[in-house]
Design a protein around this ligand. Structure first.
Ligand code: 2PG
Ligand code: MG
Length: 427
């Protein structure tokens, strides 16, 4: 039996990286040790994500979280006081039962994840361990970073239809070198865009917001930046895309640019396969609307064997949907986002199931983030091989890479990084 009992819980409103209200939960053990965590927030969401509860009143244009804070300070506080802080599963089950809905619509997934993560942080502090090593001291490798260079879709008011143009330093010998390579690409991209008069700013995840009107133009540009950085396609650095296709699917088909003819499912699949064959792309996320499962399956059977096909909105860190996607042979990789499901314990279940089904995993932040860098500790502690948190600008993004650097310093073999997933070995 642990002596570390929860003695208080507080909720407070803070702001996320889009300047919108979000929830900070503070859990206190034995009246002295405090653990704090902040709920992130997505912009492009899966249809089945845990509900992000907001006040729906006029203040903060409907983005306020006063109801959530009230729930934390009343029923959640009452239910959790006296619980042993190390008993994450039991605590998360109390939250799940208090909520009592399929999609956390009563308490809000944003409320439950803030509390659940604060419990975990407080447990690690109570046990005087860094969070990653509290989770599993044997996991001593940093993740391979997936870093955004150009942002589009809902994160840049639809400027370019594809949401994330990222690079993966899949051949880097260690995490430090991986960041140095991407730093070069990011800098070259920024300088070139500025010189060509195409730079409009940075998007929600810190990637550049350029004035490109074409996907191929963007991919050619990104490929050139990799080359100019002196890096070799496939062997050292490759491209990764998040299509976030839910946002492109309209009644008549997939629409990339306004006033353009919609692509039918088949045409869209052909277009994606074409760009995959023409550019050094090794990973693609949410290539189709989540309802177009049949297309996923065909796409997977026609795509090159090295292609990582990632389900994000398709599976929303939910074991039922991961099973469903796997039964349909739709994906080979699962994106893990704790706030999509609403508690730490349910996130662990999704990771364990993915491993059991031999699906690769990537852990990911959201487009609305904060200074909370818990995702970096989770990636190391849970031994997840890849981490996606956005770009190399904006402090809510850098806080995650910086936390990886801090953890790296503590590992026996400084900055040692996971080996790439087996499908990339042939590259
Ligand atoms: C995604 C994420 C991060 P959002 O789609 O993978 O890029 O975006 O948090 O808006 O869902
Ligand atoms: Mg996504």
């Amino acid at each position: 039996m642990s002596k570390n009992k929860i003695t208080d819980i507080k909720g407070r409103m803070v702001f996320d990286s889009r300047g919108k209200p979000t929830i900070e939960a503070e859990v206190i053990v034995n009246n002295k040790i405090s653990g704090i965590a902040i709920a992130p927030s997505g912009a492009s969401k899966g249809y089945n994500e845990a509900i992000e509860k907001k006040d729906n009143k006029k203040h903060f244009y409907g983005e306020g979280v006063t109801e959530n804070i009230k729930l934390i300070n009343s029923i959640i506080r009452k239910a959790l006081i006296g619980q042993e802080i190390e008993n994450q599963k039991k605590i998360d089950n109390i939250l799940i039962n208090l909520d009592g809905t399929e999609n956390k619509s009563f308490l809000g997934g944003n409320t439950t994840i803030a509390v659940s993560m604060a419990v975990l942080r407080c447990a690690s502090k109570s046990n005087k361990k860094p969070l990653w090593s509290y989770l599993n001291p044997k996991n001593k490798k940093l993740p391979i970073p997936e870093i955004q260079i150009i942002g589009g879709g809902k994160h840049a008011k639809g400027s370019i239809p594809i949401q994330d143009f990222m690079v993966i330093p899949n051949g880097a010998p260690d995490f430090y070198t991986a960041l140095e390579w991407v730093y070069r690409i990011y800098k070259i991209a920024g300088d070139k865009l500025f010189k060509d008069g195409k730079l409009l700013g940075v998007a929600d995840e810190g990637g550049y917001w350029p004035n490109f009107r074409d996907i191929e133009e963007t991919l050619t540009f990104l490929s050139k930046c990799i080359e100019e950085a002196g890096l070799e396609f496939f062997k050292e650095v490759s491209i990764s895309l998040d299509i976030a296709a839910n946002n492109l699917k309209k009644e008549k088909g997939y629409i990339l640019f306004k006033n353009n003819k919609p692509y039918s499912k088949k045409q869209f699949k052909k277009k994606l396969l074409q760009i995959i064959n023409n550019y050094p792309i090794i990973s693609i996320e949410d290539p189709f609307d989540e309802l177009d499962l049949d297309e996923y399956k065909e796409f997977k059977s026609e795509a090159p064997s090295y292609l990582q096909i990632v389900g994000d909105d398709l599976v929303v860190t939910n074991t039922k949907l991961i099973k469903m996607a796997n039964n349909n042979d739709a994906i080979n990789t699962v994106l893990i986002k704790p706030n999509q499901i609403g508690t730490i314990s349910e996130t662990i279940k999704a990771i364990n199931l993915s491993k059991k089904l031999k699906l690769f995993t990537i852990i990911s932040a959201r487009s609305g983030e904060t200074e909370d860098s818990i995702i970096s500790d989770l990636s190391v502690g849970w031994g997840i091989k890849q981490l996606k948190v956005g770009s190399m600008s904006r402090s809510e993004r850098l806080s995650k890479w910086n936390q990886c650097l801090r953890i790296g310093e503590k590992l026996e073999n400084n900055y040692v990084m996971h080996q790439p997933p087996s499908i990339w070995k042939s590259l």
